[in-house]
Design a protein around this ligand. Structure first.
Ligand code: FES
Ligand SMILES: [Fe+2]
Length: 499
C-alpha cells in the first residue's frame, strides 16, 4: 500500500468534506514527514530571502525550506544559486552562519570545497598521501556536487524550488498575487529589522490563521478599538487559483460606522475605556492609491506579505517538527520615519544600582502601572536583538517613543490584548556605568528572564543586556533611553510583559 493510501486510511475525513478538518492533520507525525517530501520539495516555490539581503557576489544567506536547511548565494552579478546545506561527502552542515560572504564553501569536517554554484572543486587528499590512499581512479568531482535547487526572483523576493518541473514562479503566484506583490514592492525598499518567534503549534495552523478574517477584528481588539481594521470597512478576500494563496484586505477610510455591531452585544472587541496617551502610533500616511490600508497576503506554503497601514513586513514560516514552527519577521519600508525624540565610579554605581533593582521588582511584582514612571516624558524604549544591532537595523521587536506610548503599551496589554497568562522573574547581572559630559549616565546591565506560565511551567525565556541612558530629574533618576538587546533573535511565542 502506498504511503498516501496508508495515511488516508489513518486520517478519516468527515463526510461533510473540506469544511470539517480532522484534528489529526495537525498532530500526525507521518503526515508531517510526507509534507516535507510531497509539499515543500514538490512543484512549488518557497520564499527564502530578499535580494537586498545578499547584494554582492559571494553574499549568502542560510535558511530552511520546510525543515530542510538551504543556502542561497549571489553567485554572479546577475544570478543566484541555491543548494541544500549539507556536504555531499558525509552530510555535515556546510555553512553555519546565517549570512556572510564567501569565495567558496568549504566543509569543516574533511575540507571538501565547493564553488558558489555548489560544484565540488577540491577534495582533501584526492590523490592520497605519498602515493597511498586517495579516491578511486574513476572518482570525478562533478559527480559529487551539492544538491542544487532552482532560484527565481520576483520583485526582489527570492524563491527556491526543489522540483525542476515546477512552473515558473510568476505562474505559481498567479496574476492576482503577483499584482499585489508588485504593488507592495513598487518602491525601492530597505530592511529595518528582523527577528523570529517560536510557536508551539503545527505550521499549517499558522497559514490557516492568516486566512481567518473572522478572528482578526475580535481577537486583536486594538484594531477594532482604534478602527484600524473592522468588518464595517470595505474589504474582502481575494483567492488565487485553488485558494492556496490569498489576500485579505480592508480600507480604513470606508468605515461605515458599523461600530454598532461591535458596541452592541457586549463584544469584547470594542473597548471604549482604552484611550491612547500618545497616538503617534496610529499616524499613517497614504502610501497606495487604491486606499487599501490593511492587507495580509498568504503565499502558500511559507510566506506572508503584510501591510498594516505603513507597516510593511514579510513573514517566513519554518516548520519545526509536527508540534512547532518558527515565524521569521523581516520589516521593511521605503520611507521609514522614526519619530523618536532622543535627547541627546563607585559612587555612580551605588546610585544607579537601586534604579535597576526597583525597575525589575516593579515588573516582577506586576506593578505595571508604575513601570512608565521609570522613564522621562520624552524617551526611547526598544527591545531588539544582538543580530539586529550588528546589522544596524533601526527597529527592533518592540519600540516606544514617549512615556505616553509606554502607558499605552501597558493599557493595551491589560485591556486590548488576549494572551496566555504569564509572569516574569528578572535575574540581574553585572552593572557598568559611566557618566558623560552632558550629565547623562550611560549604563549597561546583563539580565535573564524566567517566564512562569499559568500551568506552572517555568522556563528560561530571555537573556540579554540593557544599554541605557539615565538622567537626573527632580523626581530622581529616570531612563531617557532603554534598549534591551536580546542575545537570541528567536523569541518563544511572544513578549507580553515589559523587559
Ligand atoms: S562531510 Fe564534508 S568533507 Fe566530509
Ligand atoms: Fe491574527
Amino acid at each position: 500500500m502506498s504511503g498516501e493510501a496508508v495515511r488516508e486510511q489513518r486520517i478519516q475525513w468527515p463526510v461533510a468534506g473540506v469544511s470539517r478538518v480532522p484534528f489529526e492533520i495537525y498532530t500526525d507525525p507521518a503526515l508531517y514527514e510526507s509534507e516535507q517530501e510531497s509539499l515543500f520539495k514538490g512543484p512549488i516555490w518557497n520564499f527564502v530571502a530578499v535580494d537586498i539581503e545578499i547584494p554582492a557576489v559571494g553574499d549568502f544567506k542560510t535558511n530552511f525550506v520546510g525543515d530542510t536547511p538551504v543556502v542561497v548565494v549571489k553567485s554572479s552579478a546577475d544570478s543566484y544559486s541555491a543548494f541544500v546545506n549539507r556536504c555531499a561527502h558525509r552530510g555535515s552542515t556546510l555553512c553555519y552562519e546565517k549570512t556572510g560572504n564567501r569565495d567558496a564553501f568549504t566543509c569543516v569536517y574533511h575540507n571538501w570545497s565547493y564553488d558558489l554554484e555548489g560544484n565540488l572543486k577540491t577534495v582533501a587528499f584526492h590523490k592520497g598521501v605519498r602515493g597511498k590512499g586517495g579516491m578511486p581512479d574513476d572518482f570525478q568531482t562533478c559527480d559529487h556536487n551539492l544538491q542544487k535547487l532552482r532560484v527565481q526572483v520576483f520583485c526582489g523576493l527570492l524563491f527556491i524550488s526543489f522540483d525542476h518541473a515546477a512552473p515558473d514562479l510568476e505562474k505559481f503566484l498567479g496574476p492576482k498575487m503577483s499584482a499585489h506583490i508588485r504593488r507592495i514592492f513598487s518602491k525601492k525598499i530597505r530592511i529595518l529589522g528582523a527577528f523570529s518567534q517560536y510557536m508551539h503549534n503545527n505550521w499549517k495552523l499558522y497559514m490557516e490563521n492568516v486566512k481567518d478574517s473572522y478572528h482578526a477584528s475580535l481577537l486583536h481588539t486594538v484594531f477594532t478599538t482604534f478602527k484600524v481594521n473592522r468588518l464595517s470597512m470595505q474589504g474582502g478576500l481575494i483567492l488565487e487559483g485553488d485558494g492556496g494563496h490569498h489576500i485579505s484586505y480592508s480600507k480604513m477610510a470606508t468605515d461605515s460606522g458599523g461600530g454598532a455591531d461591535y458596541e452592541s452585544g457586549g463584544l469584547r472587541a470594542q473597548n471604549d475605556e482604552f484611550v491612547l496617551h500618545d497616538n503617534r502610533i496610529l499616524k499613517s500616511w497614504p502610501e497606495f492609491e487604491d486606499g487599501i490600508t490593511h492587507a495580509i497576503q498568504g503565499i502558500f506554503p511559507n510566506l506572508i506579505v503584510q501591510q498594516i497601514q505603513n507597516s510593511l513586513a514579510l513573514r517566513l514560516l519554518i516548520p519545526r517538527g509536527v508540534n512547532g514552527c518558527e515565524l521569521v519577521w523581516i520589516a521593511h519600508q521605503d520611507n521609514y520615519r522614526r519619530n523618536a525624540t532622543v535627547l541627546g565610579s563607585a559612587e555612580l554605581f551605588h546610585r544607579v544600582r537601586p534604579l535597576y533593582d526597583a525597575y525589575a521588582d516593579c515588573i516582577d511584582e506586576e506593578q505595571f502601572e508604575k513601570w512608565p514612571e521609570f522613564f522621562e516624558d520624552i524617551c526611547f524604549y526598544q527591545i531588539t536583538t544582538r543580530e539586529a544591532v550588528r546589522k544596524s537595523f533601526p527597529i527592533g521587536i518592540v519600540q516606544c517613543n514617549s512615556k505616553g506610548m509606554l502607558i499605552d503599551r501597558i493599557n493595551s496589554m491589560k485591556r486590548a490584548n488576549i494572551f496566555e497568562p504569564q509572569r516574569y522573574r528578572h535575574l540581574l547581572g553585572a552593572l557598568h556605568v559611566e557618566a558623560s559630559e552632558n550629565g547623562t549616565i550611560r549604563a549597561r546591565m546583563g539580565f535573564a528572564i524566567v517566564r512562569i506560565l499559568e500551568s506552572g511551567e517555568t522556563m528560561l525565556f530571555l537573556s540579554g543586556v540593557w544599554k541605557d541612558k539615565i538622567v537626573e530629574t527632580p523626581e530622581g533618576l529616570r531612563f531617557r533611553e532603554k534598549i534591551a538587546v536580546l542575545d537570541s533573535s528567536c523569541v518563544d511565542t511572544l513578549i507580553v510583559v515589559p523587559v
